[in-house]
Design a protein around this ligand. Structure first.
Ligand code: NCD
Ligand code: ZN
Length: 343
């Protein structure tokens, strides 16, 4: 049996680091295992201008542990007031790697997101022109659309029209949760990719709702039926370059999760690599792990893969059940299975 597995150092193409004390508490877990990460801009207030992104990047760099090998790849939060020229300038300066589209109200801190997609056409046009990718939170927010259908409806009502209007725009469907999304990504020849989270490879909606409600498994987009989880695993372990890791590790304190109206998000940064190695080994696809964690993402974003390597050892990880932060404990995602690989 293989005892070690050496892969190029992974990157995380969708990550929430928050700010202040929480940033300082969670960043070391990502910096330990990942060389780069696409940093989500949904702070309060959000990261909307090039200047905001520069300041946030500097706060992340200041919070890094000594000697860490980690580069934050910054994003801007698209609003109906976003100035195409500010976006272009931030891109030209090398400050940002993508722009993030949140439909208004779709998820945590998305109140400043987009309600009228017409209003952001000039920004999308500029992004297509300069080759700057759009990352999408792919859910409609209409109350008359069932929460389990919101991703599939987003593809038809929002994403496909955007892609038809801007054929040159490069788009990442983030944290996909359905077979519909995986199929849609496969239907495109170029310019479309998807990130898949660690937790959506592990849980289906029963894990949230059956046998008592489990707030720590509640995230957005919400986990779907088992057939969708299986489709996501097939996509992730296939080696298909259009699918790559975006953990969506989203720390919330237990106090904020365990509420009558609790926050969405799973905190997976500390054990993501252990869980992924387990999942890929279960599916006889350990040879595809590196594609998913370290090769497909940089290829889509036009960046070189990392030169440094990471060696996973076949030994049980000692991941804590929760981490302490000055804001209170944050529970680490429990994959409900024995893990056999440590990073
Ligand atoms: C994210 C968060 O907490 O910021 N939550 C989540 O459930 N994934 C926001 C997001 O990516 O939707
Ligand atoms: Zn997210």
């Amino acid at each position: 049996m293989t005892q070690t597995l050496t892969i190029r150092r992974p990157d995380d193409w969708h990550l929430h680091l928050r700010d202040g004390d929480m940033l300082r508490a969670v960043l070391p877990y990502t910096a330990r295992d990942f060389a780069r990460a696409i940093i989500m801009p949904n702070l309060v207030p959000p990261v909307v201008t090039g200047n905001d992104a520069r300041a946030y990047r500097d706060r992340i760099m200041a919070a890094l542990p000594q000697g860490a090998d980690f580069t934050p790849l910054m994003t801007l939060y698209l609003t109906e007031n976003t100035d195409p020229e500010d976006v272009a300038a931030a891109h030209a300066e090398g400050l940002i790697t993508a722009v993030k589209l949140y439909p208004a109200g779709a998820t945590t801190n998305s109140a400043s997101g987009v309600s009228s997609f017409d209003k952001v056409q000039p920004v999308l046009e500029k992004m297509a022109e300069i080759g700057l990718p759009l990352c999408t939170h792919g859910e409609v927010t209409d109350n008359d659309v069932d929460i389990f259908d919101r991703e599939a409806v987003f593809i038809d009502r929002v994403l496909d029209p955007i892609r038809r209007a801007h054929p040159q725009l490069r788009v990442v469907m983030e944290h996909i949760t359905t077979a519909n999304a995986a199929d849609y990504v496969r239907s495109a020849e170029t310019g479309l990719a998807a990130t898949i989270t660690t937790h959506h490879l592990v849980i289906n909606r029963n894990h949230i709702l059956s046998g008592g409600i489990k707030p720590h498994y509640y995230c957005l987009p919400v986990a779907k039926r088992e057939n969708h989880r299986i489709a996501l695993r097939a996509a992730a372990t296939s080696g298909d370059p259009r699918f790559f890791l975006g953990t969506d590790s989203a720390p919330h304190t237990d106090a904020n999760k365990l509420q009558p109206c609790g926050c969405a998000g799973c905190f997976t940064a500390p054990n993501t690599l252990s869980i992924l190695a387990e999942v890929f080994e279960q599916d006889n696809a350990l040879d595809k792990l590196e594609n998913f964690t370290s090769l497909n993402g940089p290829a889509f974003y036009g960046l070189p893969p990392n030169e440094a390597t990471t060696t996973l050892q076949r030994t049980a990880p000692d991941t804590p059940a929760f981490i302490e932060t000055p804001e209170g404990p944050v529970t680490v995602f429990d994959p409900m299975m024995d893990l056999h690989w440590s990073s």
